[in-house]
Ligand binder design. Structure first.
Ligand code: AMP
Ligand code: MG
Length: 423
């Protein structure tokens, strides 16, 4: 049995970033960038008006209320650059600021004294003062040419998509999604929800969960299958997964000490290199990691639902991050809301709830219902707390590492739930 730290080292050593691919920006949402991005344009690209109103020349001093201006011309969004000899120009939001004019008074803050026959303003009077630069959005005020925008390893979010679109980025180098195969083992498992359960059968819950989590974590499930407790059937299924192009293989169940736990022997018969089997953790101790002869990585996760969730979160996800060129995830250190006790020897991964405590400071509560067969407490959790193998009694207030329930961070609000209130 090895420590979690050495297990992680084995995993990281086995995972090199996949070669990047070029994608149109519109297809890259959620992908991990394989390049840094710097701005090659200014944003806004030209000085323009933030309001509908009149562009004026301040000559560096505040224009006072009562001041009158003759209006020469009009500038709307989409009009090209214009030079104005007049002292005021009607202007619309987003229109480029005419040369020589440097501030804008909103239409609500002027009186129009005279209009032409078409209703266009000819003469205005200020009803409020206007300072130099007022209501002007300066070229480069948001982003200047050369500004760093994003670095390799981050995911393309809608906000980054918006910024890159406004900069005119057409394509991006990103990491390909990691092709994955997922096998759930156990002759007790039933996949079809319309099929009634016979005595001794249960429904497959790990399969749907892990498929969702793989997808969220940057993998693409290319093959998924449920197999009974039969090594030959398993080997045949594994070959189908590898033929589908899987680079990473996950299985659940059949990896511990029971008589039907065929995965380790089946892998040996295929000449896989078992890099570790059994880690000093709870839940999920029997976890196995191997390299298949074709170079694919194999994670044998235990069958209990929460053990498989911990295997995914703390073994498979670090591997996926490395394959996607991402740095290892760093936990938040948060104080325990209450004393926590455990037997020393194993590192514990516990379902936890991060919320605001006294003095509106974040704290983490270890939840009840930690048994690895219990799925429902996962719904109420928003985090995992990690208690060191050596730890036994941890007083309230001890700083402990906390990871989000999934790789997207710790969600403090959830739909109608509000910060600090357990759903
Ligand atoms: P095993 O690791 O195969 O000994 O399985 C441990 C426990 O997890 C047993 O109670 C199994 O019935 C259960 N189990 C295994 N696979 C699944 C699955 N895909 N969905 C739900 N429970 C499972
Ligand atoms: Mg089993």
């Amino acid at each position: 049995m090895i420590s979690y730290a050495s297990a992680l080292q084995h995993i990281l050593q086995a995972c090199q970033p996949l070669p990047p691919v070029q994608l149109p920006l519109a297809q890259a949402l959620g992908r991990v960038l394989a390049q840094d991005v710097r701005a090659d344009a200014d944003l806004p690209p030209f000085d323009n008006s933030a309001m509908d109103g009149f562009a004026l020349a301040s000559a560096g001093t505040t224009l006072v209320a009562g001041h009158e201006f003759a209006v020469a011309g009009s500038q709307a969004a989409g009009d090209g650059l214009a030079a104005y000899s007049g002292e005021a120009c009607e202007i619309m939001t987003g229109a480029s600021l005419p040369d020589g004019l440097d501030c804008v008074v909103p239409v609500e803050q002027v009186s129009v004294l005279q209009r032409d026959k078409d209703g266009c303003p000819l003469q205005i009077r200020l009803d409020a003062e206007v300072s130099p630069g007022a209501h002007v959005r300066r070229r480069g005020q948001d982003v200047a040419v050369g500004d760093p925008i994003a670095s390799a390893g981050i995911r393309l979010t809608p906000a980054l998509h918006m910024l890159l679109s406004s900069l005119g980025v057409a394509t991006l180098m990103v990491r390909p999604q990691v092709p994955a195969a997922l096998f759930t083992t156990g002759r007790e498992l039933v996949d079809d929800p319309s099929q009634p359960l016979l005595p001794g059968q249960i429904r497959n819950s790990n399969g749907p969960y892990l498929a969702d989590r793989l997808d969220e974590a940057g993998a693409r499930v290319v093959h998924r299958e449920t197999v009974g407790d039969d090594a030959q059937a398993f080997i045949a299924a594994l070959e189908r997964g590898l033929a589908a192009g899987a680079r990473v293989v996950l299985s659940t169940g059949a990896v511990s000490m029971g008589r039907h736990d065929f995965v380790p022997d089946a892998l040996r018969s295929l000449h896989a290199t078992i890099l570790f089997h059994k880690v000093a953790i709870r839940p999920g101790k029997p976890l196995l990691f191997a390299r298949l002869p074709g170079g694919q990585l194999y994670f044998g996760l235990p069958g209990n639902p929460v053990s498989s969730a911990v295997g995914m979160r703390f073994f498979v996800e670090p591997a996926l991050r490395a394959l996607l060129g991402q740095a290892p995830e760093q936990p938040l250190l948060l104080p325990l809301a209450a004393e926590s006790r455990k037997k020393p020897g194993l590192r514990f991964f516990l379902k936890a709830y991060v919320a605001l405590g006294d003095g509106a400071r974040l704290q983490v509560e270890v939840m009840s219902g930690q048994e690895s067969f219990r799925i429902k407490p996962l719904l109420a959790a928003n985090a995992w707390v990690v208690l060191d193998a050596d730890a036994d009694m941890l007083p309230a207030g001890t700083l402990v590492p906390v990871f989000g329930l999934d790789g997207r961070g710790i969600l403090l609000t959830n739909g109608e739930d509000t910060v600090g209130h357990r759903p």
